[in-house]
Design a protein around this ligand. Structure first.
Ligand code: FAD
Length: 533
């Protein structure tokens, strides 16, 4: 059996960061276990996003359970399964969230997680040319850029938003999130900036970091209440590795609770029913699941040559490919939603509570992922940013290869339904503002006939999907349902931390890659501080 100082499970947004920072001192031996492969050709090119959404070579391809407010539909739950994890197939939008998201975590009793505490992590992880030095980092490993703003559609949207009271904000990751802005992106020189690219590739030469791909972790090893290592398999062969200091679980919101349960840590009755020996009762494991349930409003655009439906098909696609090959720009190098707005659904709120994101095309489902429609148009998703509805994820088998059951429980909190309907109306108000008139816009979905909250929500239940931001299933906190403490240590177990999106007690206001990377940075600091004690 091999012995390491640290074992990190999962090389995703957070895990790759943890492995990088823990192996910075050549005296520390680190094992990084990743179930998926080292890479995939589509993971380097931004447009590869669409190619990996349905691709089993790099994606766990989970689905949710049917539920009432999805009209019984099972929603796709894509998750990256390769080095870089979901940062290797996500939409590349770079959004930190609001100061108040982290201040709320601190107010919940999580010392060290206020905005003032996490801002240095956000700064040290990134390299971004714009914004204010007080808020932005210049020398971090993760390159963050702005997309091309010179586009008539984006100019019209910014003007239209202004007409309905949504001001232009050039840096929503700066002093304030409010307003409409071009999306900042983890893209540089036309390439996706995943954590594999930015945190693992540059340290390939480190001899003290052993990266094992195709390695499915099956459980952690417990000696009494101490975690001493992990069991994993490669190509059906079983292995065990020992950690003299700590195991850091960074398998993500779906797989971290799955692995805890497979290891006998969770709700006793549930584990016993599956024949798993209960090693430690922890009722919060797999609970507190939150995600963004986002209706995609759809708009036909009558003006010619505006959208990628016009510019990205046939000869247009050839031109786009040439443009990308020569400059790294255009549709093939584009962030998934190049323009977004953070808005308040009503007066009196201290911060925005709704996100609108525009995609300059209409797509439709195809056998290998979304394909570009013949009809020219724009998609605008619109959703509450801090939903209160909570679901759960639990294993249904003691077999680590079996997918856990994912229940989102969407719109179970009435306030989420109310804000969702308002969000759709705000999208409508921007799309029908005078500045959009030259685009010759007409509403496809939800459709002008749907006006009342009930009518809009009926459509939401038929059509909404997630924006792929599940969090919270190994919640940080000190209450009975918390799984980890503010140092990310699993309650009641020594030598085991969780560091990924699953520890977020609440959803951050926006996308979740940047906060997951921040969690990786912070976790590494905590582990290293523990070592020095
Ligand atoms: C399609 C999609 C689009 C998205 N778009 C955006 C966006 O535009 N902007 C944004 O900010 N966020 C986006 N997100 C969300 C964001 O990418 C995630 O929140 C973030 O990557 C989560 O990081 P993580 O470290 O928690 O998990 P992950 O990055 O998912 O990493 C978990 C890793 O653990 C590995 N693993 C799991 N189980 C095991 C096991 N048993 N053994 C070994 N390894 C294991 C996985 O293979 C994976 O590599 C998107 C996500 C998806 C899926």
């Amino acid at each position: 059996m091999r012995t390491y100082d640290y074992i990190v499970v999962g090389a995703g947004s957070a895990g790759a960061v943890v492995a990088n920072r823990l192996s910075a001192d050549a005296r520390d031996k680190v094992l990084l276990l990743e179930a998926g492969p080292a890479s995939h050709p589509w993971a380097r090119i931004p447009i590869g996003y669409a190619k990996l959404l349905n691709n089993p070579a790099a994606n766990w391809l989970y689905t949710s359970e049917p539920e009432a407010n999805t009209n019984g539909r099972q929603l796709p739950v894509p998750r990256g399964r390769l080095l870089g994890g979901s940062s290797s197939l996500n939409g590349m939008a770079f959004v930190r969230g609001q100061a108040q998201d982290f201040d709320t975590w601190a107010q919940m009793g999580n010392q060290g997680w206020s905005y003032a505490d996490v801002l240095p992590m956000f700064k040290r992880m990134e390299s971004y040319a714009g914004g204010d030095d007080e808020f932005r980092g210049r020398e971090g490993p993760l390159r963050v850029t702005n997309p091309e703003p010179r586009d008539p559609l984006y100019a019209a949207l910014i003007k239209a938003a202004g007409e309905v009271g949504i001001a232009h904000n050039p840096d929503y990751n700066g002093a304030s999130q409010d307003g409409i802005a071009m999306s900042q992106a983890t893209i540089a020189s036309g390439r996706r900036m995943s954590t594999a690219r930015c945190y693992l590739e540059p340290i390939r030469e480190r001899r003290n970091l052993h990266i094992e791909t195709g390695a499915l972790t099956e459980a952690v090893v417990l000696e009494g209440k101490r975690c001493t290592g992990v069991r994993y398999s490669i190509g059906g062969n079983a292995f065990e590795a020992r950690a003299t200091r700590e195991v850091v679980m960074s398998a993500g919101t779906i797989n971290s609770p799955q692995l805890l349960e497979l290891s006998g840590i969770g709700q006793p009755e549930r584990l016993r029913d599956l024949g798993i020996e209960v090693r430690h009762a922890l009722p919060g494991v797999g609970e507190n699941l939150r995600d963004h349930y986002a209706p995609r409003t759809r708009w036909a655009i009558g003006a010619k040559g505006i959208t990628f439906n016009d510019r990205g098909r046939g000869l247009g696609l050839v031109w786009q490919a040439l443009r990308y090959a020569t400059s790294g720009r255009g549709m093939l190098g584009m962030v998934a939603a190049p323009i977004r707005a953070f808005v308040r659904s009503r007066e009196g709120l201290s911060a925005p509570d709704v996100l609108l994101g525009w995609v300059p095309m209409l797509t439709e489902p195809g056998p290998k992922g979304p394909k570009i429609s013949r009809q020219s148009g724009v998609t605008c998703y619109a959703h509450p940013m801090r939903p209160e509805s909570k679901g759960h994820i639990h294993i249904v088998s003691a077999d680590p290869r079996k997918a856990p059951a994912i229940n989102f429980n969407f719109l179970s909190s009435p306030i989420d339904a109310e804000i969702t309907a308002r969000a759709v109306r705000i999208a409508r108000s921007v799309m029908t503002a005078p500045a959009m008139a030259p685009m010759r816009v007409s509403e496809i979905a939800p459709g002008v006939a749907r006006n009342t909250d009930d009518e809009i929500l009926e459509w939401v239940k038929q059509a909404a999907e997630t924006t792929y931001h599940p969090v919270g299933t190994c919640k940080m906190g000190s209450d009975a349902m918390a799984v980890v403490d503010a140092q990310l240590r699993v309650h009641g177990i020594e030598g085991l931390r969780v560091a990924d999106a699953s520890i977020m007690p609440t959803l951050t206001s926006g996308n979740t890659n940047a906060p997951s990377i921040m969690i990786g940075e912070k976790a590494a600091d905590m582990v290293l501080r523990g070592r020095d004690c």
